[in-house]
Design a protein around this ligand. Structure first.
Ligand code: ADP
Ligand code: MG
Length: 253
């Protein structure tokens, strides 16, 4: 039995008179990759930012690792890893210097080379953040979430805008982080990604959770209603062709 590490009950968020999150409840289990899925504007980032203590909620209850958000948000901050806005990456510093800087901010002794190795960026140690490719930037940003050795990391659309190789590299990295015991909450609007990566998903739409289960169960439920894909699909698609031709290993992504 997995323990509940995040419990959200009847969470609501209004921006003025606009209800962005309309009373959602869900639990995240320790050690899982939990996906918040949904179209733009569904309320995914708002929900994440409230749990991350970065945004005030309107009402509801949030408990993270037995800590009540209303009572001790600072204690929650210490056990979570949050992706920083890229504007926080001082342009004059190289990756080693940036990791040392974040280590200082979190008051954590860090070995920059180990962090860069973890995300396969050893070669870029002396480069500046702005000199990285899109995929490398995301890998670096994920490395920074791990600096305070968090129990939970939050990734808000980490693969948006990346090419297929870079996305697959990132999936491997995220699975790797989870295999070391870290709980991962990720938002995405790529369903293939959620199916590959997530143990359980909550589908959000217009501020509500409209489904929550393992990808497998959700698919089985749909199939049980008699749903069939309109056409028999081929056993490969164009993305498979692309990956097959260009290779899926780490490369200049
Ligand atoms: P998602 O991450 O799923 O795309 P968001 O949580 O960013 O959704 O946004 C949910 C809704 O709340 C959207 O309609 C968005 O326009 C609105 N919203 C988000 N942030 C603010 C804000 N600071 N002020 C007013 N409305 C906001
Ligand atoms: Mg968002």
């Amino acid at each position: 039995m997995q323990n509940t590490i995040i419990s959200v009950k009847d969470l609501k968020k209004n921006y003025g008179s606009f209800a962005a999150v309309k009373g959602i409840s869900f639990d995240v289990l320790e050690g899982e990759i939990f996906g918040l899925l949904g179209p733009n504007g569904a309320g995914k980032s708002t929900t994440l930012e409230i749990i991350e203590t970065l945004r005030n909620k309107t009402s509801g209850q949030v408990i993270v690792d037995n800590i009540d958000l209303d009572k001790d948000p600072d204690k929650i901050k210490k056990i979570i890893g949050v992706q920083l806005q890229t504007s926080g990456f001082y342009p004059g510093l190289n990756l080693i210097e940036l990791i040392k800087l974040f280590g200082g901010l979190y008051n954590q002794p860090v070995k920059p080379s180990e962090f860069l190795k973890l995300v396969n960026l050893e070669d870029k140690a002396k480069n500046k953040y702005k000199e990285l490719s899109g995929g490398q930037k995301q890998r670096f940003s994920i490395a920074t979430t791990l600096i305070n050795q968090p129990k939970i990391i939050f990734l808000d659309e980490p693969t948006t805008g990346l090419d297929p190789q870079a996305r697959r590299n990132l999936w491997d990295l995220i699975k790797d982080i989870r295999s070391k015991g870290t709980t991962v909450i990720i938002t995405t609007h790529y369903m293939d990604e959620a199916e590959q990566l997530c143990d359980r998903v909550a589908i959000m739409d217009e501020g509500k959770i409209i489904a929550l289960d393992t990808p497998d169960k959700l698919i089985d439920e749909l199939v049980a209603t008699g749903f069939e894909r309109p056409k028999v699909t081929k056993s490969a698609n164009l993305e498979d062709v692309f990956i097959h031709l260009t290779g899926k290993d780490f490369r200049e992504d």
